[in-house]
Write a protein that binds this ligand. Structure first.
Ligand code: NG1
Ligand code: ZN
Length: 531
């Protein structure tokens, strides 16, 4: 009954006179939390309608602003296969959020008509949220949206973003991919991890101790649940678990500032450390060496480590599969060279935002995709999985090959293929370092990063900046790219690009060059052009 919807909106979740245009961006809607309640309500409506379109398959609504400061929040929708919301519906979501209160009713009716939704069909909305203090209020607004359209819902409370993706997907495939509960998720990952590790927890330079910066977010809470099941196989000491979310800590702080987070407990030099972000879908590794020098191992590193490991494993299995790595323009130039020249693996560059990376990775038998900031995962095509399981059943497969196939299958089980997942990525990296007998120093030695920096520039209107070629070339304003090229040419191994952020009201300037002084100069010069 659309009258009820309208009444709800007016009374509890009014948009009011707000006319600021809001966009469903790369991470859904994200802004100051005060501005978001009516959006959460409307996303509750939309998720209910979307679920009916799929005959009652679960649709997820996640309340989080990920690595943003505490004052921000956000809301995004998860599609039935655990993927990000389909493109066309991003536009529908944007339109729904931007109509004034008195047009909400007709806009909802329009969507129902256009999408031919049977409003008598089943509907299931799964809700999850991060640990921000305003997330429960946003969650209630989503609940009200779902109830207004008489949908069913399950509120899972505090969850990591990747957990909600997993729950939506496993529910819809009726457990084929794993048991559709948080416990089922933890067990799936930990069981595979333990079986790969075996009884020998340490190997060569690999020690089974790690320091885990939870960014004062949901990752720290959930890591405790993992720890209970991991037992002695991996000793993971969690810190930054109850302060202000992302404040002076977490993956974004560490990557952006290229320094260790606050709150790091006393430890031996060279100890393996990780930082995740506020909703635990991003991870970076780091350590401080015996000279007190900080070293970062970011998403590019993780991608190359995983690709190298999987390629060798596939080779040993005696099957042939095409593996590719997908990066964005933010990938360090040295990592791209290493992939091409040393790993000799296909590498693609796509625009920022996980959905672009995910989409491109689908083109490979095994697609490894990571943003430099540590957001990413690996996906295996259906035919790849079929090849692997039929090879492991075949009489022509040698025992040695069967052992490699067993490892490959377990590795797939550790991976959350639906979306980047900090904890799953960590367990995978730990498995690889253990198998190789690597310390972080050994891993770091595979290639040398070019010095680099990302600057934020506040501009009057970031929408005047337009890019092409996976954001590496700026086509508007006119002439800007030529000036950037001119600057870049002055620096050895120089590279720079500018693009408007999709999540903050800034233009981002990236620069890299052979030495740090050059990087700072180049970044400053390009920033002045933008400003
Ligand atoms: P924007 O604000 O569009 O640069 C940031 C990250 C992305 C991605 C999104 C979504 C950088 C440079 N950008 O996007 O990689 O993670 O947030 O959260 O890190
Ligand atoms: Zn995140």
């Amino acid at each position: 009954d659309l009258r009820t919807v309208y009444a709800f909106a007016r009374e509890f979740h009014s948009k009011g006179p707000n006319i600021e245009k809001l966009l469903y961006g790369t991470a859904g809607f994200r802004t100051l939390h005060e501005k978001l309640e009516f959006i959460a309500f409307r996303m509750g409506l939309l998720a209910t309608i979307r679920s009916r379109k799929f005959g009652g398959q679960a649709i997820g609504v996640m309340i989080t602003a990920s690595h943003n400061p505490e004052c921000d929040n956000g809301v995004k929708i998860i599609d039935p296969k655990g993927e990000m919301l389909e493109r066309d519906w991003e536009t529908i979501a944007t339109d729904l959020v931007n109509v004034p209160d008195d047009r909400l009713e007709s806009e909802v009716a329009k969507i129902i008509a256009q999408e031919k939704i049977d409003m008598g069909a089943q509907s299931n909305v799964f809700i999850g949220m991060d640990t921000r203090y305003h997330s429960p209020a946003m969650g209630r607004a989503v609940v009200n949206g779902v109830r207004a359209l008489k949908g069913n819902l399950r509120d899972f409370g505090i969850l990591t973003t990747p957990m909600l993706h997993y729950l939506v997907y496993t529910h819809n495939v009726r457990g084929a991919y794993g048991f559709p509960t948080v416990d089922g998720y933890v067990s799936k990952l930990v069981n595979a991890f333990k079986r790969l590790r075996g009884d020998v927890y340490e190997n060569g330079n690999y020690k089974n101790f790690i320091l885990f910066d939870g960014a004062n977010g949901v990752g720290s809470l959930k890591m405790h649940e993992f720890n209970r099941q991991l037992g002695p196989s991996l000793e993971c000491q969690v810190f930054n678990s109850n302060g202000k979310i992302n404040h002076n800590c977490g993956a974004d702080f560490v990557k952006t500032n290229q320094r260790a987070p606050h709150g790091l407990p006393e430890h031996e030099p060279n100890t393996r450390c990780v930082s995740v972000d506020g909703d635990a879908d991003r991870i970076v590794y780091f350590f401080t060496d015996s000279d007190g020098v900080f070293h970062l191992l970011d998403g590019d590193r993780i991608a190359t480590l995983i690709a190298d490991y999987l390629m060798n494993l596939v080779k040993k299995c005696g099957i042939s599969l095409k593996l590719g790595i997908v990066q964005t323009a933010y990938a360090n130039g040295a990592s791209t060279d290493y992939i091409k020249q040393q790993l000799k693996v296909d590498v693609a560059c796509v625009p920022t935002g996980v959905k672009h990376l995910h989409h491109k990775a689908l083109e490979y038998d095994i697609g490894v995709y990571f943003e430099a900031n540590g957001h990413g995962t690996v996906i295996f095509s259906d035919s790849t999985k079929e090849k692997i399981s039929s090879a492991s059943r075949s009489n022509e497969t040698s025992n040695e090959q069967k052992e490699s196939l067993r490892k490959l299958l377990l590795t797939i089980d550790i991976i959350n293929e639906t979306v980047g997942d900090a904890i799953s990525d960590m367990l995978l990296v730990e498995t690889i370092l253990h198998a190789k007998g690597f310390s972080l120093k050994d891993w770091l030695a595979t290639y040398e990063d070019l010095p680099n920096t990302i600057k934020k520039v506040k501009v009057q209107d970031r929408n005047i900046f337009e890019t092409t070629d996976a954001e590496r070339v700026c086509v508007k304003p006119d002439g800007l790219q030529d000036k950037i090229d001119e600057l870049v040419r002055k620096y050895k191994r120089g590279r720079a690009f500018v693009r408007p952020s999709g999540t903050e009201d800034v233009v981002r300037v990236y620069a890299e060059a052979e030495n740090n002084d050059d990087v700072q100069l180049l970044a400053a010069e390009v920033s002045i052009l933008v400003y």
